[in-house]
Design a protein around this ligand. Structure first.
Ligand code: FA5
Length: 354
């Protein structure tokens, strides 16, 4: 028993020397002092020690127990002091004058196309607005002339969260907030011109042109004499600047409760030049940017006099625009995190116009 106790002490002394992480100390403590640990094993052996030696054997075990506890406490203090010193050294060695390694990484293609469209609209006097990804039923539907139980709610399969909140299904969810933000400027004779890009979420089956998480960019303009020709002018300018070449688009009637009249603006598929391919579901066309004249009820919901003011709105499919611009055949690539594909987009030089 006495020999075993000495061996145990020796074993512990070796093991504690190897210890260099605080998290390992607890494991070592359990191994030696835990219910099923070495010291417990030694205690059980007390039974076999002759009565006259029991007292001394008990003292020996207590002495070892004490030795282990003290050594562990001491080691923990050393490790703590070492870590504190390491943090101080690290802070002192941090050199804020070191040049940043700007060559690492590249922008995501959606960021590239988003900034490009933002710059086009900024140069035409629009502001860029930010809006939360989490919203509520009022902003996503009711303020857009889609009352509860309206069949148009089925057009978008919504992810509902607890406490009456939801993930926005379209950037139109920000229309009410932005209209309210700028409505006073209308009275001072300044039109509302705003774009608001954002991520949208829909519980949809995904395929080469449909994602359940994708980007849109909403645009609105409100003033006294806005017409459909203004809308068409802005759409044409944006597309010709993004593509820097003629692209074929078509405008057809489209139904959205928040615009009247409403249109679907489709782009001829640039992957197959309109021949038909999986990216456009063999139709030769891709729905890109529905739009229309803002419904009077939407203006009224934002406190804007719809007899006096009129406006247009569009909801550009930004992820689809990136597909067409960069010839990406499958929309799922954008969220795939595939570094090999994404790192091909090397442009790093986006700036805002003054
Ligand atoms: C809307 O979301 C309307 N809020 C757009 C709008 C705004 C209409 C303002 C009128 C006035 P829609 O569900 O069609 O409409 O989506 C608009 C665009 O987003 C589509 O044309 C498409 O380019 C893109 N889009 C829609 N669903 C997906 C999806 N699952 N994956 C990728 N892009 C999508």
């Amino acid at each position: 028993m006495f020999e075993k106790a000495e061996e145990l002490k020796k074993l512990f002394s070796e093991r504690i020397k190897e210890l260099n992480e605080a998290s390992e100390a607890e494991k070592l403590r359990i191994e030696f002092l835990g219910k099923k640990g070495f010291v417990s094993g030694l205690m059980q052996e007390l039974r076999n020690v002759p009565n006259e030696d029991k007292k001394e054997a008990g003292q020996k075990i207590n002495e070892i127990k004490q030795y282990i506890e003290n050594s562990l406490a001491e080691k923990m203090n050393d490790l703590k002091a070492f870590e504190e010193q390491r943090q101080i050294d690290l802070a002192e060695s941090y050199d804020e004058t070191m040049p940043v390694m700007t060559d690492l990484g590249s922008y995501h293609p959606i960021t590239l196309v988003r900034r490009e469209v933002e710059n086009i609209f900024l140069s035409m006097g629009f502001t860029v607005e930010d809006y939360s990804e989490i919203t509520d039923d009022y902003n996503c539907f009711e303020a857009l002339n889609i009352p509860k139980f309206h069949p148009a709610r089925d057009m978008q399969d919504t992810y509902y969260l607890s406490s009456n909140q939801l993930l926005k299904t379209h950037t139109s969810a920000a229309q009410n907030t932005i209209l309210r933000k700028y409505k006073n400027s209308l009275e001072n004779g300044n039109p509302i011109r705003a774009i608001f890009p954002g991520r949208c979420f829909r519980n949809e089956k995904i395929d080469p042109s449909h994602e359940n998480t994708f980007f849109q960019m909403e645009g609105i303009m409100v003033d006294k004499n806005i017409s459909i020709s203004n809308l068409i002018y802005f759409m044409k300018t944006m597309l010709s600047e993004v593509f820097q070449k003629d692209v074929t688009v078509r405008l057809r009637p489209g139904f959205f409760p928040f615009v009247e009249p409403g249109f679907e603006l489709d782009i001829q598929c640039l992957i197959c030049s309109g021949e038909g391919c999986p990216s456009c579901k063999n139709s030769g066309w891709l729905e890109l940017c529905p739009c229309g004249m803002i419904h009077p009820n939407v203006l009224s919901a934002a406190g804007i006099n719809s007899d006096e003011y009129i406006g247009f709105a569009f909801g550009l499919g930004l992820t689809r625009l990136a597909m067409m611009k960069y010839g990406v055949k499958d929309i799922r690539l954008f969220n795939s995190g595939n570094i090999k594909s994404l790192s091909q987009f090397t442009d790093k030089s986006f700036t805002r116009p003054e």
